[in-house]
Design a protein around this ligand. Structure first.
Ligand code: 4FV
Length: 220
């Protein structure tokens, strides 16, 4: 039995991941041994009696930074569980996440360690252990947990066998490889006079494909 790929999230708020790890597709992907999803509690690597993980920035400035030592120990511990894993730092200054990256990460067969920040960010020296800095968008969040969840979802759903028949409305089959989204409908055929386009009820697959291409918008 092939070992499940590990996705580990280093975070001060492990409970935030319960929702996505224990429901729906993510839960099924674990049950079917496609992936192993876990959290690493950064607080467990905090320093001193108060398990300190953050401190004030040298040179002044507002807010607090995540200290290098607890992060370094947490990443080292996660790598003991998965030595070949890639370390991904969630940060607004990272490379922008997109569908083609999700596909290449899904195809890589790699394990991943997601470093979820809090406060104003990190001690820069943590980059010694980081393989990729990734951003989900040009806005500032309170933590890296939501970006990590988003990226994990976008990768795991592309792992062969995870999504059974349920493919999304995103068609990647058109020759130009461009991903397009087309309008979709389900029962009832007539809702308050709003009718499903006849072509979709025709059973004429050639006509349906043509209609979908004509009515598609660029997706991702
Ligand atoms: C973010 C983003 C993001 C910055 C400071 C967490 C916050 C705090 N991460 N894409 N946008 N992170 O806003 O990835 O550490």
């Amino acid at each position: 039995m092939k070992t499940a790929r590990k996705f580990q999230a280093i975070t001060l708020f492990p409970d935030m991941f319960k929702g996505i790890f224990e429901n729906s597709m993510m839960w099924k992907a674990q049950k079917d041994q496609h992936v192993e999803l876990s959290t690493v509690d950064l607080r467990e690597f905090g320093l001193g009696p108060r398990r300190q993980v953050d401190d004030t920035p040298y040179g002044g400035g507002d807010g607090m930074l995540l200290m290098v030592e607890p992060l370094w120990s947490a990443i080292t511990s996660a790598k003991e569980a998965d030595p070949t894993a890639k370390v991904l730092l969630m940060t607004p200054r990272g490379q922008r996440w997109k569908q083609s990256l999700a596909q290449s990460y899904a195809d890589s067969g790699q394990g991943y360690i997601f470093v979820c920040g809090r406060y104003e960010g990190y001690d820069e020296r943590i980059l010694e252990l980081v393989d990729e800095e990734i951003s989900v968008g040009d806005y500032v969040l309170t933590g890296g947990e939501l970006p990590a969840m988003t990226i994990i979802d976008s990768i795991v759903r592309l792992i062969p066998g995870v999504l059974g028949g349920e493919t999304s409305a995103v068609i990647e089959s058109f020759s130009d490889g461009e991903t397009l989204e087309f309008p979709q409908y389900t029962r009832p055929e007539d809702f308050n006079g709003l009718k499903v386009p006849d072509v979709l009820l025709s059973g004429h697959h050639g006509e349906i494909a043509k209609w979908r291409k004509q009515n598609s918008k660029k997706a991702v």
